[in-house]
Ligand binder design. Structure first.
Ligand code: ASP
Ligand code: MG
Length: 408
């Protein structure tokens, strides 16, 4: 008998039939004697709908009121789910974040979970009930409703699993797990059976959407084994767990890409102390997150600086950079938004050499020019022309034999 936390996403509970099907699935575990805590998202599309309602009231909706509004989607699904369980002849009870309680900071629409009271949940589990908790929400110290940021239900589930010292935390979604790359562009992409927290953090930050990155960080910190799997099939998904020897023997675990960035270059900048801060301070002051940065050296006392920003911030960043260029006496600003970042990730990179150079060789063989490179201990990223993304991903997936289960 185990304590199991299961989270079902919006596409898993998007109508009454699906809610009944999820209830049946959860009851299967209850019948085996497990203590079940179920975290639900709002029906798919509901949170978006609520946000657009708010936008029709106020240009910049008040964030406290926004949280009162957008926390309602989960209230609908948890109550319907509890009814579905009761209709099947079993007992369940639903709780909002402030009933549990899930204590958070006061930063509305972006709150952080600080603590969770578990007594109430435990006592209802003891009475044989399925406990259903609203994802994505909590309560601050003044009693106000808060939400955790989009996709926050994954974090609710992991935080509950950590607080309850649950045996496992399962995230049910509309895909079968984490893949070696995007199956939509590479037909030989394969579901990964086990992946380390660190690799999953890199994949999530590089654009894999299957898990919310904050939930992975939390799972790592509290050593919560995470199982990402599909609501619609019975097969096992991907386990996100602590690193082991077998994972290290894999050179590369996944290939990912991101087409949501743009590149900016400021050229022939006087090369002296303080120049980087003069360039990047106004950009970060505007709330723009910079990803990669490269500084070139030139003959003389001049330098070039190239960096990437999210494509949604491209125009704003370019405008700021043009002003900065005038202020600091740079000669030129150039930019492009038809770029993509292709990355390989794997803990095996820690103790195998030559992985980055293999990547460069593979791209060169396909005639793809590399514009920027960045690395971490377990990742290599290259910026290339956007139109070569699919070609690059397939070639790298092949070169690192990711379609082949048997090759370590
Ligand atoms: N319903 C919220 C959202 O759409 C939270 C979640 O689904 O994780 O972002
Ligand atoms: Mg989600």
């Amino acid at each position: 008998m185990a304590v199991i936390v299961q989270k079902y996403g919006g596409t898993s509970v998007s109508n009454p039939e699906k809610i009944k099907a999820v209830a049946e699935r959860v009851l299967g575990y209850s019948r085996q004697g497990h203590d079940m805590v179920v975290v639900l998202s709002a029906m798919s599309g509901e949170t978006d709908r609520l946000i657009s309602l708010a936008n029709s009231m106020q240009d910049q909706p008040d964030t406290r009121e926004m949280d009162v509004l957008i926390s309602t989607g989960e209230q609908v699904t948890i109550s319907l789910f509890a009814m579905a369980v009761k209709a099947a002849g079993f007992d369940a009870i639903s709780f909002l974040g402030d009933q549990v309680k899930i204590h958070t900071s006061s930063l509305h629409t972006k709150a952080r979970i600080e603590a969770i009271d578990t007594e109430k949940i435990k006592s209802h589990l003891k009475q044989g009930k399925i406990v259903v908790v609203a994802g994505f929400q909590g309560v601050d110290e003044t009693g106000d409703i808060t939400t955790l940021g989009r996709g926050g239900s994954d974090t609710t589930a992991v935080a509950l699993a950590a607080a309850l010292k649950a045996d496992q935390c399962e995230i049910f979604t509309d895909v079968e797990g984490v893949y070696t790359t995007d199956p939509n562009i590479c037909s030989s992409a394969r579901k990964i059976e086990r992946i380390s927290y660190d690799e999953m953090l890199e994949l999530a930050s590089l654009g894999a959407k299957v898990l919310d990155i904050r939930s992975v960080g939390l799972a790592k910190r509290y050593k919560v084994p995470l199982h990402v799997r599909s609501t619609f099939v019975a097969t096992e998904g991907t386990w996100v767990v602590e690193e082991d020897k077998e994972m290290e023997s894999m050179l590369v675990s996944g290939v990912t890409y991101n087409k949501n960035e743009a590149r900016l270059t400021i050229s022939r900048v006087p090369d002296k102390p303080g120049i980087a801060s003069k360039i990047f301070m106004p950009i970060s002051d505007a709330g723009i997150v910079i990803d990669m940065i490269i500084q070139n050296t030139r003959a003389g006392d001049l330098t070039d600086m190239t960096f990437t920003v999210p494509r949604t911030d491209y125009k704003k960043a370019l405008e700021i950079l043009r002003k900065v260029a005038v202020d600091i006496g740079a000669e030129d600003v150039s930019s492009a938004d038809n770029i993509a970042k292709v990355s390989i990730v794997g803990v095996g990179m820690r103790n195998h050499s030559g992985i980055a150079s293999t990547m460069f060789h593979v791209l060169a063989n396909e005639g793809i020019n590399i514009m920027m490179i960045s690395t971490s201990e377990i990742k290599v990223s290259c910026v290339i022309e956007e139109k070569y993304t699919e070609l690059a991903v397939r070639a790298l997936h092949d070169a690192f034999a990711l379609d082949n289960k048997d090759i370590p």
